[in-house]
Design a protein around this ligand. Structure first.
Ligand SMILES: Nc1ncnc2c1ncn2[C@@H]1O[C@H](COP(=O)(O)OP(=O)(O)OP(=O)(O)O)[C@@H](O)[C@H]1O
Ligand SMILES: [Mg+2]
Length: 217
């Protein structure tokens, strides 16, 4: 399956979720290609750190942009179980190219108004990509959710009204372990001391993306 973690909004957790998914799927025995489609190169730096810390990443990483990203992903698709594409937080040729070849676009959003407003920017890109790629699913996940208060629910309600996207029945909490693990080239599943809630959330995300059909709320 080809999955892009994308949003035209920056800093929502795209790279964090992309690398956690890559590590976890590889650990589960799948052949994973992690594509870094962002000049910022977070996924590549994470993977380099990981290789230094652990000796190897456990997955293959490729830095690709724009048309080359689309062409290479199509070429590699039969060779890998999973391709996970991380793109930058704005409207780029790489994001548009990735959407034309992906099965799923995972859109992380924080439970905040600017993130909801940004759905207006990504919606036309999804619709455009669905012309050549009609089966593209666009799944929103609320990331860095609040431990309390009304914002998660309010955000969910607004997302559910949007026709172009589906809301995943999961919120990923605002947990320091996501940034701590990232700095050491590790997924939350590998980091010590363990944060069991973060691990459960990642596992649930994997279940909804890769195992369950009809994962929407
Ligand atoms: N669930 C979470 N809980 C706590 N911190 C998080 C969570 N998800 C991401 N972060 C942190 O938020 C920051 C931004 O995350 P990340 O770099 O993954 O976002 P991004 O969408 O890829 O950003 P960019 O648009 O710049 O590529 C990082 O410091 C990351 O550790
Ligand atoms: Mg990023």
């Amino acid at each position: 399956m080809i999955l892009t973690v994308g949003n035209t909004k920056g800093g929502v957790g795209k790279s964090t979720l992309a690398v956690n998914l890559a590590v976890a799927r590889a650990a589960a025995g799948y052949d994973v290609l992690l594509v870094d489609g962002d000049e910022q190169a977070t996924a590549t730096i994470f993977s380099d750190t990981r290789a230094e810390e652990l000796g190897s990443t456990g997955y293959t990483v490729a830095s690709l942009r724009g048309k080359a990203l689309r062409d290479q992903v199509q070429k590699f698709a039969p060779k890998y179980d999973d391709i996970i594409i991380d793109v930058g937080g704005r409207d780029t040729g790489s994001l548009r190219a990735a959407l034309t070849v992906s099965d799923i676009l995972l859109i992380p959003i924080r439970p905040r108004s600017p993130d909801l407003w940004a759905l207006d920017d990504i919606t036309p890109l999804i619709e455009e990509a669905r012309l050549p790629n009609p089966n593209l699913r666009a799944l929103v996940v609320i990331n860095a959710a609040d431990a309390r208060g009304k914002d998660n629910k309010e955000t969910a309600k607004v997302v559910q009204k949007r026709e172009a996207v589906e809301l995943l029945n999961l919120t990923i909490g605002n947990r320091k372990v996501f940034s701590d693990a990232l700095s050491y080239g590790r997924a939350v599943t590998e980091y010590k001391p363990s944060d069991t809630q973060a691990i459960e959330e990642l596992q649930r995300l994997i279940e909804l993306l890769y195992i369950k059909e009809n994962a929407k709320v």
